[in-house]
Write a protein that binds this ligand. Structure first.
Ligand code: GLY
Length: 582
């Protein structure tokens, strides 16, 4: 890789000069105090991963912007104040349910560059080269976020005013954002990884440790946001920003070209709509696997009276694990970008199919993943992340999940433009059967092809009650655990009758077929429960012990519209997520 040829001391020296002009500014008012986990609102609400982004979104709602306006402003704000996952260098999905009852789904997932090919991460012996699809320039797909926001604006914005939507984020980038404890720690933890892949100094690396409350200024990012505000699509996908991305690619051995950028297109898709116990589930079709898998999971457990089993009873946990095991086996074989692969979408979500998949379910005993293969649905005739949920005063609801994949994406900051690029290429199957970063395996359906979108687990979802009224807006980051987290939160609300806070903060567990184990959050299950499930044949693992991190699963943002018309807004306790409303 060319990056290795860049003398490390040059980068260190440049970094020193870059940050030497100013001593760190520490804010007296702690951003920590602005983190709010719940709100009850009469009119509108928002929950996102960062208090500054939630506040910007809320102000847009208060100024008469609709849910899409607030979503656009929030997305750009997250790109500034939440660089670990908020982005303009990544992609995502938006699911909408408008107050007039219409629904829509926007796909702004990253695309494989034109020069990508199925063996691009393999060595001459055909083995996957560790790290090539996750770190550095070759890991990035063509970013889709900016195109997605422009599409959403053109079709749904009520304000029709880019300055109103972007200026708050431009100011935030230029004047600086106060670092939370979590962000300061993350930037310090990733420092070496940033230095290893970057070809230019960046605002995210300095010689001393980042401190909580310190101000992170991003003037280059402010200029990029101004270019988008003033020139729309061309401001990012053409002109000096595109030149910077391509120059960055050339310096670091990446393959994204001007043509890849100018050809990028966000796509409107038909939302995936299904039923669960009289409720309507509106979610994302391929290239997300989330919507299909969620419908399959709910379909698989629907015949069982899980509400009466009780939250985290042995019976409920066992049933949900067995559904998860079967659905993730299908995901590995059948799901990919439906523009490139014939996804048997209709076949996978029928009750008949999922009941058949569950016919081997034994209420007393765990199945073995080695005995579970993907099913054979009727062929289709005719696929660190962040989430925010918004409901506006008129009742329009938007559920948005966007990603640069793992924390800080590829770790590459575009020189002169100041934003991280994604490492989404790892969401493709680099080689059949070889697990990706999230341990997910894939096959033909999700192989790399130029222009194709990598399979995602993102599951932005909206649920309506049996009267077709808005009930839940929900979603989460978390890689492969996204689907199971959304599934469990919906079941918490619909079956275990929890409110938004209880459903969001409840502990979670996850099974994804392979590896054949159920991963649980710290303090999730008692020793007795672990023994009981183990006696049934389940392998249970503390996620913290396996990953070495916190072992937490997802960061759910939930809004529930209650029968009395009020909005319950809940932001996950697991990070800096903030719920606001008015
Ligand atoms: N990058 C995580 C996902 O899209 O599933």
């Amino acid at each position: 890789m060319k990056t290795l040829l860049i003398p490390i001391y040059t980068i260190l020296l440049l970094n020193l000069l870059w940050h030497s002009c100013s001593e760190p500014t520490i804010n007296k008012v702690s951003i920590q105090d602005q983190i709010k986990k719940e709100a009850v609102a009469d009119h509108a609400g928002i929950a996102s991963a960062h208090p500054a982004a939630s506040l910007i979104g809320l102000e847009i709602l208060e100024e008469g912007g609709n849910a899409v306006d607030a979503a656009i402003a929030t997305q750009f704000a997250l790109a500034v104040c939440y660089p670990v996952a908020g982005n303009i260098g990544g992609g995502g999905f938006m699911v909408l349910r408008n107050a007039d009852g219409t629904t829509d789904a926007l796909d702004f997932r990253e695309m494989a560059p034109g020069a990508a090919h199925k063996d691009m991460y393999l060595d001459p012996e055909g083995n996957v080269i560790k790290g090539l699809s996750t770190n550095g320039h070759l890991a990035s797909g063509v970013p889709g976020t900016v195109s997605g926001m422009i599409e959403a604006f053109d079709k749904y914005s009520a304000l029709k005013d880019w300055s109103k939507l972007l200026n708050p984020s431009i100011e935030l980038a230029r004047n600086g954002v106060e670092l939370t404890i979590r962000e300061a720690k993350a930037l310090n933890r990733y420092k070496e990884r940033f230095e290893k892949v970057n070809t230019r100094p960046s605002r995210f690396v300095k010689n001393s440790e980042w401190l909580p409350g310190e101000i992170l200024k991003q003037p280059e990012l402010a200029q990029v946001l101004e270019a988008i505000r003033d020139n729309g699509f061309d401001g990012f996908y053409k002109g000096w920003v595109a030149d910077s991305i391509v120059a960055e690619m050339q310096r670091g051995g990446g393959i994204i070209t001007h043509e890849d950028l100018s050809n990028y297109e966000a796509k409107w898709r038909k939302p995936l709509i299904g039923q669960y116990k009289g409720n309507t589930i509106i979610s994302m079709p391929p290239p997300s696997s989330g919507g299909i898998a969620l419908q399959q999971l709910l379909g698989s457990i629907e015949p069982y009276d899980i509400g009466n089993y009780g939250f985290h009873s042995k019976e409920a946990i066992h049933l949900m694990i067995e559904a998860e095991r079967r659905v993730y086996a299908d995901r590995a074989t059948h799901l990919g970008d439906s523009d490139y692969y014939n996804v048997p979408l209709e076949g996978l979500i029928t009750d008949e199919y999922n009941n058949d998949r569950m016919s081997t379910f034994d209420p007393q005993k765990a199945s073995l993943s080695s005995d579970i293969e993907a099913g054979t649905p009727v062929p289709y005739e005719s696929e660190e992340t962040t989430h925010f949920s918004i409901v506006d005063e008129k009742g329009n609801a938007v559920s948005v999940t966007t990603t640069i994949n793992t924390g800080y994406g590829s770790k590459v900051v575009v020189g002169g433009a100041g934003f991280f690029l994604n490492n989404e290429m790892d969401d493709f199957s680099a080689k059949p059967g070889v697990p990706n970063y999230f341990g997910l395996v894939g096959n033909e359906a999700n192989k790399i092809q130029p222009g194709k979108r990598m399979l995602s687990s993102m599951t932005p979802t909206i649920v309506l009650n049996s009267d077709q009224e808005l009930k839940i807006v929900v979603g989460t980051p978390g890689g492969s655990t996204i689907i199971t987290s959304v599934f469990q939160t919906i079941v918490n609300i619909l079956d275990f009758e929890m409110d938004a806070t209880e459903a969001t903060q409840a502990c979670r567990f996850h099974h994804q077929w392979l590896p054949d184990a159920t991963f649980y959050e710290p303090d999730c299950f008692s020793d007795d429960m672990i023994k009981s499930l183990s006696d049934m044949g389940h392998t249970l693992k503390s996620r913290a012990e396996v990953t070495g991190g916190s072992g937490l699963i997802g960061k759910i943002e939930t809004i529930i519209k209650r029968a009395d018309g009020k909005l319950e807004i809940a932001a996950d306790r697991r990070a800096d997520d903030t719920a606001l409303g008015y």
